[in-house]
Design a protein around this ligand. Structure first.
Ligand SMILES: Nc1ncnc2c1ncn2[C@@H]1O[C@H](COP(=O)(O)OP(=O)(O)OP(=O)(O)O)[C@@H](O)[C@H]1O
Length: 221
């Protein structure tokens, strides 16, 4: 269970009229998906960066049950993040970009290679394993980043507008994969403006208003 309590952050330099002070409260159980929305600049990326560990809160708590996540480096938190700018390495082919999520030194065993092949098949990119990111369309790059995020062993998955620009068939395929992860106990935080994605995946919805998370639809009991 992810628990954020009064997780606060303050940007020291912001334009007039911007929200400066954030204070997030959130509970997310294993196997649950919460959707978070809010207008541009509301603080969605700030929230994800605090949970992932790329920003340090001014105060508050962030726990996985009794484990203090704030004491852990980002790569020790058991959190996988898929940001909007897909973070692919331009000099590495598709299979290696995905493989980095499984073995940082790219010493992949047969089972891991098989998982990469299957992951690419599931998003219709089986033939593209050897291509470089520069040889792919934007939507294809997005699918590669998604496969990498979905294949990693993780307990919490943070997705920032993950399906934007994908066609319906691809989105449905990926919904199935995210559902599968939920069933295996992964907690998912989905930042999305897309009502269909939210409908397909989210168990409840939160909205970011004036630096706070408010309940837009309650979590199931
Ligand atoms: N490094 C920074 N310094 C100062 N202000 C920042 C910084 N990063 C973000 N902000 C401001 O903090 C607020 C929240 O930004 P954030 O990126 O979290 O919003 P968002 O909801 O993810 O927006 P979008 O939907 O446009 O991606 C915005 O007003 C933004 O301008």
């Amino acid at each position: 269970m992810l628990i954020a309590e009064a997780l606060s952050f303050h940007y020291s330099q912001a334009e007039p009229g911007q929200t400066l002070d954030f204070r997030f409260d959130l509970r997310l159980a294993p196997g649950q998906c919460v959707a978070v929305d809010g207008p541009s600049g509301a603080g969605k990326s700030t929230l994800l960066n605090l949970i992932a560990g790329f920003l340090k809160p001014a105060s508050g708590q962030l726990r996985w049950l009794d484990e203090d996540l704030l004491a852990l480096h980002p790569w020790r938190r058991g959190v996988t993040t898929l940001f909007q700018d897909h973070n692919l390495f331009d000099h590495l082919p598709v299979w290696a970009n995905i493989g980095l999520g499984l073995a940082p030194d790219l010493r992949l065993n047969a089972g891991q290679r098989q998982r990469i092949t299957e992951g690419l098949e599931q998003v219709g990119m089986a033939e593209m394993a050897s291509r470089l990111p520069s040889e792919l369309s934007g939507g294809q790059r997005q699918r590669v980043a998604l496969v990498r995020a979905l294949l990693r062993d993780t307990r919490l998955l943070l997705l920032d507008e993950p399906f934007t620009g994908l066609d319906r068939a691809n989105r449905e395929t990926l919904w199935v994969q995210v559902e599968r992860l939920k069933h295996s106990g992964v907690a998912v935080l989905l930042v999305s403006h897309d009502a269909e994605d939210v409908q397909a995946l989210a168990d409840y919805r939160l909205r970011l208003v004036e630096g706070r998370l408010i309940v837009a639809s309650p979590a199931p009991a």
